[in-house]
Design a protein around this ligand. Structure first.
Ligand SMILES: C[S@@+](CC[C@H](N)C(=O)[O-])C[C@H]1O[C@@H](n2cnc3c(N)ncnc32)[C@H](O)[C@@H]1O
Length: 418
């Protein structure tokens, strides 16, 4: 069935807001849909997909939109919609628009200059091209431009992975174990999970396999004292708490009470009682200092550019700038140094990001090690062997969508001298 012509106007209107880049695209879309309650679920889905397609393919679409007729924003909206649902599904197109869309959508994008078909802002294109080379950049951007599958983590306190896969199949939701995380399940469609008994009972949580692996390499054990320094809404906290078998003490620090508030219902579902959320003012808060030298394992899942999550958040590439990354670098170094004070002799400090940029990753770790002689790097291949995770890495964990079908993640494990 053809979509109503009004869908073009809605896409156009919400796109204008999204492209102001004043907030995350998903937040802008949710607000727009709340303000337009008459839009049906199919229409919302198509508008959202079209906006994401435009964020992913912005440079190519802008180039295609130099031809065609009508207002520039309408042309861009039409490209996003037609790429998402096909020209024939769109109602209200002028015959000239149909001709133009048919022509430009047939263009083989592999023939376009790399700088255009990479769909990256020029500062990021230059940086990634210099590191990855042409072929590497094509692979990376193609993988980043594909929507991510839906990954779940099984809460080992409540269920076993094979039982969850079986129960999902009965739903019926086709799911398979993830290749690297021992607790991961991958679903290729996007079913609604909220009403499933498995979800409501806390047996499953939505979490990218890469994020599960970050929690796994912390190696938190029963009875330990552990701090998740940048816990946010607690994706990794929940995984750490379950790995600790609901024993010991796990502090979930964050500077955002909004994010910590989102952890509360997830904690209630998970059945964990070893987690203590703590709102801190900054990384040198007295609540942090009180634990100095006492903690077995500290995870710093640092605030970062999020450029490893472009499959889910394609707006990040347009929202970040060299200046915003430089600002983050200052924060990342300060948080890592603040968190390091908590680690006891022989304890471990894990620095992680969902960024692809060396300056947010290796550079922060190297700078930290240069000024903290009591810490040394535990090579990632050793950590992965300890955890029996079959992944080939050298010093650091570096996950990418093109190689591991996860979001882009980085992690380094540092140990304090005994
Ligand atoms: C990458 S997010 C954390 C995501 C979370 N660990 C998860 O797995 O869902 C980074 C978090 O760091 C927090 N943050 C920012 N500055 C901080 C600081 N100085 N100390 C502690 N947390 C901070 C942010 O509020 C944000 O929630």
């Amino acid at each position: 069935m053809r979509l109503p012509p009004a869908i073009i106007g809605h896409t156009d209107e919400v796109l204008r807001e999204v492209l102001r880049l004043t907030g995350p695209a998903d937040v802008t879309l949710s607000r727009y849909f709340r303000e337009h309650p008459k839009l049906g679920s199919r229409e919302r889905g198509v508008i959202a997909e079209a906006v994401y397609a435009i964020l992913r393919n912005r440079l190519v679409y802008t180039n295609f939109a130099e031809s065609g007729i009508g207002a520039a924003m309408r042309r861009i909206s039409l490209l996003g919609l037609a790429d998402t649902v096909g020209i024939d599904s769109l109602g209200g197109l002028l015959p000239e628009e149909v001709d133009w869309l048919t022509r430009v959508l047939q263009i083989d994008r592999a023939t376009l200059p790399l700088a255009l078909r990479s769909n990256l802002p020029s500062w990021l294109f230059d940086k990634l091209l210099a590191r990855e080379g042409e072929a590497g950049l094509v692979e990376l951007t193609e993988a980043m431009n594909r929507p991510a599958p839906l990954d779940l983590r099984v809460n080992a306190l409540k269920a076993a992975r094979e039982d969850v896969v079986r129960e999902l199949a009965a739903a019926p939701i086709i799911a398979e174990p993830t290749p690297y995380s021992p607790l991961g399940i991958r679903i290729h469609k996007k079913p609604a999970l909220q009403n499933l008994p498995l979800f409501q009972s806390g047996a499953i949580e939505v979490q990218d396999e890469g994020s599960q692996l970050l929690a796994q390499i912390v190696g938190a054990k029963r009875g330990e004292m552990v701090v998740d320094f940048c816990a946010g809404a607690g994706g990794k906290t929940l995984a750490l708490g379950a790995n600790m078998r609901n024993t010991g003490r796990l502090y979930a620090f964050d500077v955002s009470d909004k994010r910590l508030a989102k952890l509360k219902p997830r904690l209630a579902r998970s059945g964990l009682s070893n987690v203590h959320p703590v709102l801190i003012a900054h990384e040198n808060d007295t609540k942090v200092k009180r634990l100095a030298g006492k903690v077995d394992r500290v995870l710093v899942d640092a605030p970062c550019s999020g450029l490893g999550t472009l499959r889910r958040n394609p707006d990040m590439k347009w929202r970040q700038t060299p200046a915003s990354v430089a600002e983050l670098n200052v924060k990342q170094a300060a948080i890592l140094a603040g968190a390091a004070r908590l680690v006891k002799a022989g304890g471990r400090l894990v620095y992680a990001t969902c960024s692809l940029l060396d300056e947010e990753n290796q550079a922060i770790v190297e700078q930290f090690l240069a000024s903290h002689e009591d810490f040394s790097l535990v090579p990632m291949h050793e950590v992965l062997a300890e955890q029996k995770i079959a992944l080939e890495m050298q010093d650091y964990l570096q996950l990418t969508p093109q190689r591991h079908q996860t979001d882009g993640f980085f992690a380094a494990v540092l140990q304090r001298r005994k």
